[in-house]
Design a binder for this molecule. Structure first.
Ligand SMILES: Cc1cc2nc3c(=O)[nH]c(=O)nc-3n(C[C@H](O)[C@H](O)[C@H](O)COP(=O)(O)O)c2cc1C
Length: 354
């Protein structure tokens, strides 16, 4: 299996399966001398971890990270940062029913066909447990990037959608409710909806919006490695992601150029920001904002028709502890992947001009 490494200069390789002894990663290319707040890494992991509220999977994992290398006396040394998170709450028996059955719209069938062998316990490598490693690396990248700030929040659950522009959202409320929606009333409605969906044994999708502030001009490498192209790849590499749009996105198609153009101020900033902080694949110094769409995840606690490994039609029902809606836990994952992209481009920018 290739494709487990992300980045060009600031690189992350991840390893591990959901029900193996541990998951983890190696960050290769992190510059030396960054004073790290290790608690901030754990805080981001806590925002992603299962069992954190009544509206996420009830798997109880402490998700404590152990760092093996690359940090000395609280600072990065420039050598590879190796880390692991031990898996402590596996209930592999919950997954014996999918050993020979393929969950519709999960990765079971394609893994079997592609590799001829599959660790079905907890979804193995296809489990979003892998994203905990991304959160560790992203938390380190965020500290390298300061004072740039990267904040994500839930802007939609099913058809409940916040229509406030990202630049007008009060981010202070995001971590105050289990949904991670910055609007108090909307957060309560979303929470009830997720609880209802869970009762029905079903799942529901949603949207995570991310806003990045204090971005310098010049991040992104035309032509193939445009900033929005790399952000798109980063987001689309997160489990269950179905869509990515930045700036005016798909709605921009309904405007005329005369309405859509961002007019300049004399200092190079723009009066509006429909470009979403990126022009020609390069950051222009304005805030970057984008939306990431997550599907209703595959494992539902209802009977569904599927096939087994012999191609026979069978009926199956999900078992075990699953997320009825993944967007509350996806918020720190989106931030982490954005941080990895920006950290990489910040290093690459240093090769641009003398
Ligand atoms: C934070 C998070 C939690 C997830 N939890 C579950 C889950 O409990 N059950 C499930 O079937 N899928 C879950 N998923 C999604 C699967 O990992 C994903 O759908 C699967 O790997 C197939 O990949 P695809 O949906 O990207 O095609 C989760 C995704 C994320 C981001």
């Amino acid at each position: 299996m290739s494709g487990n490494t992300f980045g060009t200069l600031f690189k992350l390789a991840t390893f591990g399966e959901s029900h193996g002894p541990a998951i983890g990663g190696v960050i290769d290319g992190c510059p030396s001398g960054i004073q790290l707040d290790l608690n901030a890494i754990q805080l981001d992991l806590n925002r992603r971890k299962p069992g954190q509220s009544a509206i996420v999977t009830q798997r109880k994992e402490p998700d404590e990270v152990t760092i093996f290398s690359g940090i000395f006396e609280g600072k990065t040394t420039g050598t590879p940062i190796g880390f692991a998170i031990h898996n402590t709450n596996q209930k592999s028996k919950d997954y014996s029913h999918i050993k020979d059955y393929y969950r519709p719209s999960h990765a079971d069938y394609v893994y079997d066909e592609k590799y001829g062998i599959r660790d079905y316990r907890g979804g193995g490598r296809s489990s979003a447990r892998e994203t905990a490693s991304r959160v560790v690396a992203g938390a380190i990248a965020k500290q390298f990037l300061a004072p740039m700030s990267i904040n994500a929040y839930v802007s939609a659950v099913g058809k409940l959608s916040l229509d406030t522009h990202p630049s007008e959202v009060d981010l202070s409320y995001v971590e105050e409710n289990p949904v991670r929606c910055p609007d108090i009333k909307m957060a309560a409605a979303m929470e009830s909806l997720i609880k209802q969906i869970r009762k029905e044994g079903d799942t529901i999708g949603g949207v995570v919006t991310c806003i990045i502030k204090n971005v310098p001009v010049g991040l992104g490498e035309p032509a193939f490695d445009k900033l929005h192209a790399e952000l798109g790849k980063a987001m689309l590499s997160i489990n269950a992601v179905k869509g990515f749009e930045y700036g005016s996105g798909f709605l921009g198609t309904q405007m005329k150029g005369s309405e859509h153009n961002d007019l300049f101020n004399s200092d190079g900033t723009t009066q509006t920001n429909r470009s979403g902080g990126i022009q020609g694949g390069v950051s222009n110094g304005m805030d970057i904002y984008f939306n990431v769409a997550f599907k209703p995840v595959a494992t539902i606690m209802q009977n569904q028709q599927t096939i087994n490994s012999k191609g026979e039609q069978v009926s199956m029902q999900g078992k075990g502890r699953h997320d009825p809606c993944v967007v509350p836990r996806a918020v720190p994952i989106v931030e982490a992947m954005a941080a990895l992209v920006l950290a990489d481009f910040s290093l690459r920018k240093r090769t641009n001009k003398i």
